[in-house]
Design a protein around this ligand. Sequence first.
Ligand code: MG
Length: 294
Amino acid sequence: MGAIFAFDLDQTIIDSTDIFTRLSGEYSRHTNNNRIFDIIGEHINRNLLDKVIRPAVALRGKGVDAILLLTNNSSREYVALVCEYLHREIGVMGKFPIVQDEPMGNSEFPEVDNVFDYVMVRQHKSRDQVDDPPKQLKDIKYMLDALKIPYKDIPDIARRTFFFDDRVQHDIRTEFNQYGINHYIQIMGPNTYRDGVNMGFIKGLPDLSDYRPVTRFFNAIILKNPSSSSSIPPSFTASAISPKPKTHRTVENIVRTFPEKYRTMEPITSGIFKSRGGRRRTKKSRKLRRTRRR
Ligand SMILES: [Mg+2]
């Protein structure tokens, strides 16, 4: 059983702080003009798109089970436009059209070309009907049920889910903590805290989110099955396999050291990750390694 990627929308995938003004009433997906998509494109978090969304889409069915959008935005038209933009960029359809008409499906959401498997907006029937409903594992569970993706139990869903949000705290973070899982990926830029609130991704500023848990997960899949990387941009594959290129790291070396990496993975999924209990390197042990290498 593979991983599940669940994304927030605003300030995570896209900076929406001024997008409504920029779109100024033009945003009906029926308009379908390129100007709308140009404006959306200017606001997209390209770092997240390239480092996480593209590889996740490429690995769907090869270690990634579902790619979900879980947003507290209530404008289906706007959310659909961003979905459509991402589809234009990536060009791959999720299971979205398949579940569209199912009883648990996306029937209230505009029928657009969509990279996501499921899109859950604020007023989705399964959620608390309040202004700012919590994001919980039960939302992920609902979407998995709709998509008929099997899981063992809630802890299993927690272990397999990577959750991306600019908000510091959603219930899902507490739920992850309960199971000792560190897959709550906080989206943040430089100095993005205003009045104690993290502003998340802001266009024009670098995205400084720590994607290492995800990169390690992609690494593990690629190393286990190198052919799975064929659809991933080569630039990503190279940096993923060797984040800090060192001249002495040959392919043989990488393969030989893989079991060690394997043991130090985050506890996640599908037998790829076993436990987090790998040997942590201390200053002393690093020194020892260096000495041994000489
Ligand atoms: Mg947000």
